[in-house]
Design a protein around this ligand. Structure first.
Ligand SMILES: *Cc1c(COP(=O)(O)O)cnc(C)c1O
Length: 386
């Protein structure tokens, strides 16, 4: 086996394009030098486009979770009431952060593998009229579910004046996002999933409604205080030292998205989802989420004829193909394939072919090539898009 070759197909961190890697190798510049300001100025428009907003998208040195914590600390505090849609491990993370700040949380918990519905949000808001904010996860990475955030936003607007706050960490950059049009008040994401970068950057944007709440909040913390980032961004700057190398990488990642066309990027992710799902259906291996809820960026498979942990072990040993296991109670019950960012339909075919061998070696007698052929049919537009 080639020792330096790895197929990284987990739902983040994801592979980094060679041109992005090269961009990150540039020599360091001063963080207050004109080079940095010019770099930030060049990056700003591209970020707005992937978010679908006219608002400035702020840039932070931090992992995705810093975005979740920032959304909390800037908007609510001890004693405030909020609603959290918990559709898996990342919805749960919002609850843990809110707990740490003493916020009163009303949870809407769905079964893992299912999305939260606008009706559930409406019901929870009627029951809890003091709610200041509703938190939801766009792509619930732990289950491969894409929550219907446009409809959820509408439900929040119809029923209340609460802010609608969305964790977009594992999908922004790979799926359609219309933050302004849909009515999302705060949208956050990280760099290492669909944005084709290493971990280390967090991005966040706020609606005018959110900015009003944030300005009135007197306890916004320090490092993650949104107003500091907003005010500095107006001068193409950041309040603290930026992760400059990652910003060079980000500029190139945005360039790649623009060269391909963001619409094309979105359809590529849809296609990779359809190919992946068609393969497991053809093999008769159950998927965790249904077609309607399935995310274009990650697919969770729930095998009933072999052990998911065994499969992952085989794939690593045979091919150095890395797929993810499940989280919490689904740990060894599912495996998850990331197909986002720097991933192509060709990568999906290759991944599926390796997985078929892995399934055989893990002990289920499948017909080799059946899943790959179904994915090929989808690619050729002949299969039923799932
Ligand atoms: C990965 C992920 C996070 C956390 O990101 P870190 O960079 O590990 O802090 C948060 N939310 C979702 C939906 C994610 O997929």
């Amino acid at each position: 086996m080639l020792k330096d070759q790895q197929y990284l197909r987990i739902p983040g961190p994801t592979p980094v394009p060679p041109s992005v890697q090269r961009a990150m190798a540039q020599p360091m510049v001063g963080h207050r030098a004109s080079e940095t300001a010019e770099l930030i100025r060049r990056i700003r428009p591209g970020l707005k486009k992937v978010f679908g907003t006219e608002q400035d998208v702020m840039i932070f040195a931090g992992s995705g979770t810093s975005g979740l914590e920032a959304a909390v600390v800037n908007t609510v505090g001890e004693g405030d009431e909020v609603i959290v849609a918990v559709t898996g491990a990342f919805g749960r993370r919002f609850v843990k952060i809110l707990d740490a700040y003493g916020v009163t949380v009303h949870e809407i918990e769905t079964e893992w593998g299912q999305s939260v519905s606008p009706e559930e949000i409406r019901g929870a808001l009627r029951k809890n009229p003091e709610t200041k904010a509703v938190f939801a996860t766009f792509c619930e990475t732990s289950t491969g579910v894409l929550n219907p955030v446009a409809e959820l936003a509408q439900a929040v607007r119809d029923e209340s004046d609460a802010l609608f706050i969305v964790d977009g960490v594992s999908c922004i950059g790979g799926v359609e996002s219309k933050m302004d049009e849909w009515g999302i008040d705060i949208l956050v994401t990280g760099s290492q999933k669909a944005m084709m970068l290493p971990g280390g950057l967090m991005f966040a944007a706020c609606s005018d409604r959110a900015w009003k709440v944030i300005e009135e909040n007197t306890r916004r913390g320090f490092y993650l205080d949104f107003t500091k980032y907003r005010d500095n961004l107006k001068k193409d700057s950041t309040p603290f030292t930026p992760a400059t190398s990652l910003l060079y990488g980000l500029e190139q990642a945005i360039r790649l998205i623009e060269e391909e066309g963001f619409g094309e990027v979105i359809s590529r992710h849809e296609l990779m989802k359809d190919m992946t799902r068609a393969a497991f259906k053809a093999l008769g291996i159950p998927l965790l989420a249904n077609d309607e809820d399935a995310s274009p960026t990650v697919t969770a498979v729930r095998p009933d004829g072999f052990d998911a942990a065994k499969l992952r072990k085989v794939l690593k040993e045979e091919f150095n193909l890395i797929v993810a296991g499940g989280q919490e109670h689904l740990k060894d019950a599912i495996f998850r394939i990331g197909h986002m960012g720097y991933a192509s339909p060709g990568d999906v075919l290759q991944t599926l072919a390796m997985i078929e061998i892995g399934i055989r070696k893990a002990g289920q007698e499948i017909e080799l090539g059946k899943g790959v052929a179904a994915a090929q049919q989808i690619y050729l537009g002949k299969g039923d898009p799932q």
